[in-house]
Structure formats: C-alpha cells, structure tokens
Ligand binder design. Structure first.
Ligand SMILES: Cc1cc2nc3c(=O)[nH]c(=O)nc-3n(C[C@H](O)[C@H](O)[C@H](O)COP(=O)(O)O)c2cc1C
Length: 168
C-alpha cells in the first residue's frame, strides 16, 4: 500500500475541508502547516497575507511533524493569496522540497489565480504534479465538489501506481 501525506495550509478552513476529505479518500496522513507567530486575522492580518504572498516572504512555521521523505506521494494544498501560494506553504516547500519523491497539488480560490499557483507549487517543489485540482470557495461552501475530488483522487492513484510499477 502506497504511503501518502497531505500537507496543507488554511487560514479560514476551505483548504482544510478539502485536505481532510482528500486524506480520508486516499487513506493518507495529514500535516497542517502552522504559523509560528504571524497573526493573520482581521483586516491587518489579511493585508499581511497579501503582502507576504506578493513579496514571496518566508514566514516562520512550526517544524513539520511528518517526514515527507518517507512518503511515496505528498499532496500539497494551499489557498490562493494575491495570485500566489500562501506564504506558509512557501516556507514549507523551502524547508522540505528536497524530500518530496512525487507530488500532487490542489488550491482553493475565490475565483482567479489558481493555475498560476499550481505552476508555482510545481516550480518550488521541483516536480510536476501527478495530478492537480483547483476549487472555488463558493463550491466548497456549498459542498459541491465531491465529483471533482473523486476524479482528482482517481487520477493521482492511477499515476502513482503506474510510476511505482515502472522499472527504475
Ligand atoms: C490575502 C488573501 C488574498 C487572496 N487573493 C486571492 C486571489 O488572488 N484570487 C482568488 O481567487 N482568491 C483569493 N483569495 C481568496 C482565497 O484564496 C480563498 O478564500 C481560499 O479558499 C481561502 O482558503 P482557506 O479558507 O483555506 O484559507 C485571497 C484570500 C486572502 C486571505
């Protein structure tokens, strides 16, 4: 059985909901990226997030609890912030990209910027994703994304099994 880890950052819960359902469908472990001290609530917190994302800042995050190196697949999930990945995900990738054997990725967004963020994730991870998923927050709030999540999981597992079966 392949070992899968879902690593996500979430400020308001959308990415967390998707990450949890994804982990349940893939029988995966979960790692939540947590800020060490950065405050992100309220209007000041919002602008801090946007500024950090635009400036490609690397805010301090709690050390990872799971060793990404021991997983066959790591699925990365981030919200879109100002058409960039959330800055704590950037910090995670800066510390852990070298440990990722294979990646999948997903983002949640208000309505735009996601494709650019998926490309940014691949770039920082140093790997093209086995499969990607982009969800709008309106669909997450209404719980209208099960089919797309199922298709994402199927694509991920099919590609993962193909790669694991391929001779090195
Ligand atoms: C600082 C900031 C910037 C954002 N910028 C964008 C954006 O450029 N495009 C977009 O579609 N949504 C944008 N959003 C909305 C979030 O991507 C969306 O609400 C997401 O689902 C939040 O995920 P979370 O609940 O896991 O934190 C932004 C949100 C924040 C806090």
């Amino acid at each position: 059985m392949a070992k899968i880890l879902v690593v996500y950052y979430s400020r308001t819960g959308h990415t967390r909901s998707v990450a949890m359902e994804l982990a349940a469908r893939c029988d995966a472990d979960v790692e939540e990226i947590r800020d060490m001290k950065t405050k992100r609530h309220g209007p000041f917190g919002y602008f801090r997030c946007a500024r950090e994302a635009l400036g490609k800042h690397l805010p301090p995050i709690e050390p990872a609890t799971a060793d990404a190196k021991s997983y066959d697949l790591v699925i990365l999930g981030t919200p879109v912030w100002a058409s960039h990945m959330a800055s704590p995900m950037r910090s995670y990738l800066q510390a852990n990209a070298g440990k990722l054997a294979r990646v999948g990725s997903f983002c949640t967004q208000g309505g735009s910027g996601g494709p650019k963020v998926l490309a940014e994730l691949a770039d920082l991870a140093g790997k093209r994703a086995l499969a990607t998923l982009l969800l709008n927050e309106s669909d997450i709030k209404k719980g209208r994304y099960a089919e797309r999540l199922d298709a994402f999981v199927a694509a991920l597992l099919q590609e993962l099994n193909r790669r694991l079966a391929a001779p090195h």
